[in-house]
Design a protein around this ligand. Sequence first.
Ligand code: URA
Length: 443
Amino acid sequence: MNAYQLILKKRNGDQLNKREITYLLDQYISGRMPDYQMSAFLMAVFFQGMKEKETADFTLAMAHSGEMIDLSTIPGIKVDKHSTGGVGDKTTLVLAPLVAAAGIPVAKMSGRGLGHTGGTVDKLSSLEGFKIYLSREEFIQRVRKNNLCITGQTENLVPADKKLYALRDVTATVDSIPLIASSIISKKYASGADALLLDVKAGGGAFIKTLPEARELAECMVKIGRQLGLKTAAFITDMNQPLGRAVGNALEVKESILTLRGEGPADLTELCLKLGASMLVLGEKMDSLEQAEETLKEVLYSGRALNKFVSFVKDQGGTAREIEDVELLPLTKLIEEVKTETRGFIQEIDALKVGLAAMALGAGREKKEDEIDLAAGVEVFKKIGDTVEKGELLFSLHSSSGEKISTALQLLKEAVVISPEKPSTPPLIHEFIPSSERNRGCL
Ligand code: URA
C-alpha cells in the first residue's frame, strides 16, 4: 500500500477501508506523506465524497491522532454540545449552567473565535480572573464537584485536524460534508463525552448557507456519532439574522447573564430551552422533550441556572462580580447609535454583515494570531418582521476607535432592509434530527 494508490482509489470513486485510512493519516501526521499528496487526496474526497463507514473510520483515526480524554471517572452521562457557529451565538454560556443545574454533567472543551463568528473561550475571558486553560485533572475535578467545567482545547486534541484544516483552508476543500463532519466529531469524540447535541446553523451568517446542505451535514454527523457509539442528535437552526441582541465578547456575556436571570431576548431563551431539553433527553434524565423543557423553565426562572453559573465562574478563578453587576464587564470608550431612517417592517438584518461589522470594531480575529478587543461589538435592537418608526434605535456600536466605527457603520447600513410590506419571519428552529430514527420528528 502507498499514498499514490490510495489517492488513485479515492479519485476513482472507490471506498477506502479502515486499514487504508489509518495508514494514510499516519503517513501524513508523521510527515512521511507530503502536503501535495494529502491535498490531492482531499480534493478527491471533495469530488467523490466518502461513505458513512469510511467517514466514521476517518473520524476515529483523526480522533486517535492525539490525546483522548477519559471522563469515565465522572458519574453520569456526560453530554456535550457543539454549534457550527453563528453571529451572536452565545448559547453555551446559558445552556451549560442550565443543564448542569438540571443534573447533567457538562465537561466542555471550547475553542477561540475565528472570522465573523465568536468563540466561547474569548467570551469567558471577559470575566475578571476567569481561568480558561486547566489541566486535565483540574478539568475533571471541577466537573465532579460542580457538574460543569469549560476549558480551552488543548494543543494535543486531534492534532491531525489542525494540520488537515490548515491544508483544506488553502486548497479549497473546507466545504466537504465528510471532511467537516469528521473534523467536528473527531474533536468531540476525543473530548470524552458520552452524548452530543449539535446545533447546525443554516443561513447567511453561518458557515453553511442553505437548509439542504445543513441537513446533509447534520444527518452525516448524527450517523457518524452513532457508528462511534457517541449518541448524537442535531438541531438545524436559523442564522439569517443574529441570535439575541449582542454580538461581541463582553456584550454576549452580559446578555447571557441577563438570560440566566430570566430577562434575556426571546429567541435566545427559547433556543437554549429547546437545546437544553434535548441534552436532558440525551443524558437520559427525561424521556420527552416537552417534559424536559418544562423542567428547564423551572431551573431557569427559579435562579438555579444563574447560581450554577456563579459557582462555575468562581470555581475557575473568576470573581463573578460581573454576574451581580453587569456594568463591571469590559466597556469601550466609544458607543455610537444607529437609528432607522424610514418607517416600515424590518425585512432583513444580514447576520454576516453584522458579524463582519463586529469584527471590524475589534471583536473578532481575521488570523489566529490577531488580538481582540473584548469590549467591542454591536447591539442589534430589532428582529426581522418588527415594525419600526423613523428614528428608532437599530444598532449600537461599541469600539475604542472612531475609524473602526466608520468601517462598521457602512457594513451595518448595508445589513438592514426596511420595507412597507410585512415579511415572513424565519423560524428559529428548522429541523430536529434525533439520535434514533425511531424518534424522528418528535420536536
Ligand atoms: N468546523 C470545524 O471544526 N471543522 C470544519 O471542518 C469546519 C467547521
